[in-house]
Structure formats: C-alpha cells, structure tokens
Ligand binder design. Structure first.
Ligand code: SF4
Length: 293
C-alpha cells in the first residue's frame, strides 16, 4: 500500500481508484467551510517518495486502471514534475486508462494552454474542480479566494483542452439570506461553462473546528433546512440552461435527496421528482444523522 499522511479525501467516482498522495494539504486552505486539510502544512512530495509508493503497489500493478492524485489541489504542482509523475504511473501500471486530479481555478489559470495540453497528452484525464458557488458575494464570504469569472475561465480552458471536467457545487452555502443567489448565480456559471462533463451537488455541512462553525455558533450564519435545500436545488436546476450535455448528480452522502440525470434532457424529470418530494417528503429524505462529508 502507498503511504498516506493524515486524512485522505477523494471524489465519490474515484472509489475504485488507487489514491496516490502527491501533495500534502491544499495550497489555498482558507475556505471557511472546509476542514479537510486544516491540520496539514502544504508540501509537495518528492519523486523518490512517490516512486517508493508505486513500488509498494507492484504486486497488484496490473489491476490498477484508475489513479487519483491527492491531496486538495495537486494541480498546483509544477507541470514538469506532474509530467514525470504521469510518466511513472503509465510505466508502473500497464492497464492504466485514467488519471484524475483535484484542482482549483487558480491552479488551472497559472498554467498555459501548452502546459495543460502536455498534461492531457501524458494521460491526465479528468480534473475535479470545486466551484462551490457562482455567487461572488458567497465566494468572498467563504474565503474561496477566487471569483466566479475565474471559475468560468478555468473551466472553459479545461474543456477546450479536452479533459473531462467534474465540478462540485455546495447547496446551502449562502445560508438563509443568499439561497436564491446561490442557486441563480451557480446556474449562471454552469451556463457560461456550457457545460461541465459532470456536476456534483453537495449539501453544506458545518464541521466543528471550521471558521464557518464559529459563525454558526455566533448566530452569524443561518443554515437551510432540508426542505429549503430542496427548494434551492429546484431553482438551480430550473435555471440551468445549457446546450451541451452534463451529468448532474446529488449522490454524495451530504445530500438529503440523491438525484441523477443528464442535463438538459432530464431537466423536467428532475424537477418533477423534487416537486413530488417537496409535496410529500416523509421517508424520502436522508436523515440528518446519516449525512456525511
Ligand atoms: S475547499 Fe478546496 S480549495 Fe478550499 S480549502 Fe478545501 S480543499 Fe482547499
């Protein structure tokens, strides 16, 4: 097994992937709702450390088909080094068909098209990017350090180069006083990207130890109820108006209602499901105590 430092996070769709920790922590690490890497000091692992991990996996190397590069924004790593890592991966794993990575919009914008193309050609296949919200007021409040315009630009470049793009958005991130803006502005960003390959909706959780938890305790942040979250999700889906296809999912364990479909084709079906659950929610929503990050 590779060696891991601290808690490891990966997208739900990388459940069957080998997780390789090439970065420790997250270069941003300021988001008020995120506790994932707060206890880690940013460090990029050396090629020697990474290769020693790969040697550990040799007994089952032929079974590795997907690799996910952690931690929080491994695309921050310099392109030359990432290319060396990708070359090593395809050398060690003869049946490897996809490598995925977490990135922030800034990581993408700090690379040239030529660098991104080289990474694509070297076998990086999918980029997971946390947009969180399309509303700039919310992005500022949660200290994301990026604007919605930067999110759109980064996502459009990812798609132009030919990567798959999986974005995450957070329902409820605006709390009670910006739920409408969270839905409408996030839909606007998705429409401008036209369209992410995958849209993953999470529902806000407020872990202890985060700055957002402090705001919540101080009464400065009022979270939405389960039904209000559904209303926000309904408005978001209703406002999405894309011509290219995008797979929408709310199957993450933080959500009250797991949904899945392809937009724009399944838009009416998704709205109908939400409407029916809003009308009769009993027994249809994930209980609070089953929700997870
Ligand atoms: S949400 Fe993403 S960018 Fe923000 S601190 Fe967490 S991992 Fe880093």
């Amino acid at each position: 097994m590779p060696k891991y430092e601290g808690l490891i996070f990966r997208p739900p769709s990388e459940a069957d992937s080998l997780i390789l920790q090439v970065e420790i922590g997250c270069s941003n690490n300021t988001c008020t709702f995120c506790y994932s890497y707060k206890d880690k000091k940013l460090r990029i692992r050396s090629l020697e450390e990474i290769e020693s991990d790969l040697r550990e996996t040799l007994p089952y190397a032929k079974r590795v088909r997907k690799v996910f590069l952690a931690d929080g924004d491994a695309l921050v790593i310099k392109t030359d080094k990432l290319l060396k890592i990708l070359n090593l991966l395809y050398k060690y794993y003869p049946n490897l068909w996809r490598v995925g990575i977490y990135a922030t919009a800034l990581n993408v914008l700090h690379k040239t098209d030529d660098e991104l193309r080289k990474l694509k050609d070297a076998g990086l296949g999918i980029i997971y990017l946390g947009i969180e919200s399309g509303d700039d007021v919310i992005l500022r409040r949660v200290k994301k350090n990026m604007t919605s315009a930067q999110m759109v630009e980064a996502c459009k470049r990812i798609l132009k180069i030919g990567f798959e793009l999986s974005i995450t958005i957070i329902l409820g991130l605006g709390g009670k006083n910006r739920w409408r803006e969270n839905a409408i502005e996030t839909a606007r960003v998705i429409n401008e990207i036209n369209a992410p390959t995958y849209i993953g909706a999470l529902t806000l959780m407020i872990p202890r130890g985060t700055p957002l938890f402090e705001e919540y305790i101080a009464g400065e942040f009022e979270p939405l109820t389960d039904l209000e979250i559904l209303k926000e999700m309904r408005l978001l889906i209703d406002q999405i108006d894309i011509t290219n296809k995008s797979i929408f999912r709310s199957n993450h364990a933080s959500n009250y209602l797991p949904l899945g479909g392809t937009l724009p084709d399944d838009k009416e079906k998704l709205l109908e499901v939400i409407d029916n659950v809003i009308k009769n929610p009993i027994g249809k929503l994930r209980p609070e105590y089953y929700r997870r990050l």
